[in-house]
Design a protein around this ligand. Structure first.
Ligand SMILES: Cc1cc2nc3c(=O)[nH]c(=O)nc-3n(C[C@H](O)[C@H](O)[C@H](O)COP(=O)(O)OP(=O)(O)OC[C@H]3O[C@@H](n4cnc5c(N)ncnc54)[C@H](O)[C@@H]3O)c2cc1C
Length: 348
């Protein structure tokens, strides 16, 4: 029988790889120590537009069809809903941003993604905004905790996921064994914990903390997600996620008063609604200096791989990247050069 592939980490990175291996009938085992501070905390927003530059997200035209396919297949499998369509309403910070939107709405790549501005957008009154608003019409959100728990529970039942702290002392990279068991390949999907991985320590992986509030309000609109300096995402029952902060080099989930004040201030600048804070959470994103993921095989140790650095958009990019990564493992394609860890080989 073919040896299994070992995956370390059952966040959205490791789970999406397991789903792709399953599609190829490749046996695998996942080890996770149950310390998930990113995939379970994430707001799960899928936004095709980078508002700061009013640019499209990297590879968005390839990513979006894979997003639909990947999460809709999971909806069928688990008979539950995971991909919720929701428009995003951007409050323009200044006239230049509005003018940039007016320019972009005439470009073909944006036709399916943003709605041309009309009078209602410009005079939109639920936001404290003098320069008007614009609507991203093709956007989604994913209830991340529910999705992860569903997939993980299934894999635990099938004995494909075990809860355990992976110990590097028990790994023999030459013979590809862990605790004496032989594996075909080993893939590290440790999220920000990857900064402690001795084999890939030469890569510029960073731990970027993000804090989020959940607020309750009967006055904030529930049919769209609001955005300017922060996002306000309706999650049902008059509850909204408000986020998120960015703190670089911060591999901890301590809740800070500073972040709470920052988020409340952004929220109050955006809307005049009354609200009450019902939860405050922190997570840590695995980010990379050049904002591209870290994928590929260790330059010296054969069959030791990394799939990490999904940054602030893991749920958007992993449906496509996990597919391409497993095709690469099967020898069917090369990795996209922008994500291949070969770009950092001079750092070894
Ligand atoms: C506040 C916040 C908001 C976000 N919002 C969004 C959003 O709206 N949309 C979006 O697309 N993305 C969002 N993200 C980003 C998204 O969460 C990440 O891109 C993604 O979750 C990274 O997934 P991962 O599997 O690489 O890491 P993780 O989710 O951190 O998973 C890594 C796993 O590895 C395990 N592990 C690590 N080391 C070991 C070991 N030695 N032994 C065993 N197990 C180990 C951990 O237990 C963990 O479960 C957000 C992130 C944060 C923090």
């Amino acid at each position: 029988m073919k040896e299994k592939t070992l995956i370390i980490g059952a966040g959205i990175a490791g789970l999406s790889i397991s789903i792709r291996l399953e599609e190829q009938n490749i046996p695998y085992l996942i080890i996770d120590k149950g310390e998930n501070y990113s995939s379970k905390i994430a707001a799960g927003i899928i936004n095709p537009v980078v508002f700061r530059r009013m640019a499209l997200s990297w590879r968005i035209t390839e990513l979006l069809p894979e997003v639909l396919d990947f999460y809709q297949k999971l909806e069928l499998e688990f008979e539950d809903s995971f991909l919720h369509k929701i428009p995003i309403r951007r409050g323009f910070a200044h006239e230049q941003e509005k003018n940039l939107w007016l320019k972009k709405e005439t470009e073909a790549d944006y036709f399916d993604l943003i709605k041309p501005l009309d009078e209602a957008d410009l005079s939109y009154s639920k936001l404290n905004n003098l320069c008007g608003t614009g609507e991203v019409k093709t956007a989604f959100w994913i209830p991340t905790l529910k999705l992860l728990e569903k997939i993980q529970s299934k894999l635990i039942r099938e004995e494909k996921l075990i809860e355990e702290d992976f110990s590097f002392d028990k790994l023999d990279v030459e013979n590809l064994t862990y605790k004496g068991e032989k594996f075909e390949k080993i893939i590290f999907c440790e999220g920000f914990h990857g900064i402690y991985n001795p084999y890939f320590s030469y890569l510029p992986l960073q731990a970027t903390k993000g804090e989020l509030l959940t607020v309750k309000s009967s006055e904030i609109p529930e049919n769209e997600s609001l955005n300017r300096k922060c996002f306000v995402l309706p999650i049902g029952n008059q509850l909204f996620k408000v986020g998120s902060t960015y703190k670089w080099d911060s591999p901890n989930t301590d809740l800070s008063e500073e972040a709470q004040i920052e988020l409340c201030s952004h929220l109050e600048n955006l809307v005049s609604s009354n609200y009450e804070i019902v939860n405050h959470e922190a997570g840590v994103r695995p980010t990379v200096l050049d904002r591209r993921p870290l994928l590929g095989e260790h330059p010296k140790h054969k069959n030791i791989f990394i799939y990490n650095g999904l940054g602030a958009k893991g749920y958007l990019i992993t449906p496509l990247l996990s597919k391409e990564f497993v095709e690469y493992l099967c020898g069917k394609r090369e990795l996209d050069r922008e994500v291949d860890i070969k770009r950092y080989e001079e750092r070894i």
